[in-house]
Design a protein around this ligand. Sequence first.
Ligand code: ADP
Length: 259
Amino acid sequence: MGHLHADFAGEVVLVTGGGQGIGRAIGRTFAESGAQVVVADVDERAAQEQVEWIEAQGGRARCVRCDVSDPAGVEALMADVAAHEGHLDVLVNNAGVMVARPPEELSVAEWDRVLNVNLRGAFFCTRYGLALLRKGRSPSVIHIASTRALMSEPNTESYAASKAGLLGLTHALAVSLGPEVRVNAILPGWIDVSAWKRSDLARQEALRPEDHAQHPAGRVGRPEDVAAACLYLASEEASFVTGQVLVVDGGMTVKMIYV
Ligand code: ADP
């Protein structure tokens, strides 16, 4: 991180789904840059682990249990941040769920769940967080979307729609919020989150050499790669960057494949 002058001392960074996976790396990276991190997650145990880790490193963090798919819960989360931190500098809308199911088998409840967490949740976090963000020093919102907003494997319709929806949301909010709050999106590709899960959860199977080799960058992504992109987009260096989409995928989406 040394080459980026991303000093977030005194800044408040809220990471939804910040208990594990990519959100865990994002929170840790901001904490290492001096930010006070609010970890909002449905999984209290994961969130608590994250807070303990950050505090053990000398950083500042606290967690709030929140299901971002519940707008009333999001409103309560922001009221809690208003009471404790009083302002918000960076909102990272990272909470997400995935359902893989053939189109003819996907239920209405499953569709709604994925859209309500990934897309509606992101919007209402910004909606209810806006008053706090306006009190921030140089506020910005970052959506953690996915390269699956651009390209798909079979049976991932709800996830793809939710992530593509985040791109439209990024554009519209950037225009609406103008100079007050910058809004950008990151599209992570294949990120190996196996070392970033709740400690009592099973690790996924090891990656194969070909998994790495198929990436133009020569390796599968790490959660830290996404966190570094977040740090940049939230930093003063990115003050002229809004409404943008940054693909962090080791070059996979620009690789032409001849079979
Ligand atoms: P990734 O690998 O993409 O980072 P994970 O599943 O490891 O995904 O992490 C997603 C995080 O989002 C988890 O900590 C999970 O508990 C959290 N999460 C999932 N659904 C919600 C929700 N409705 N509200 C808040 N957090 C959520």
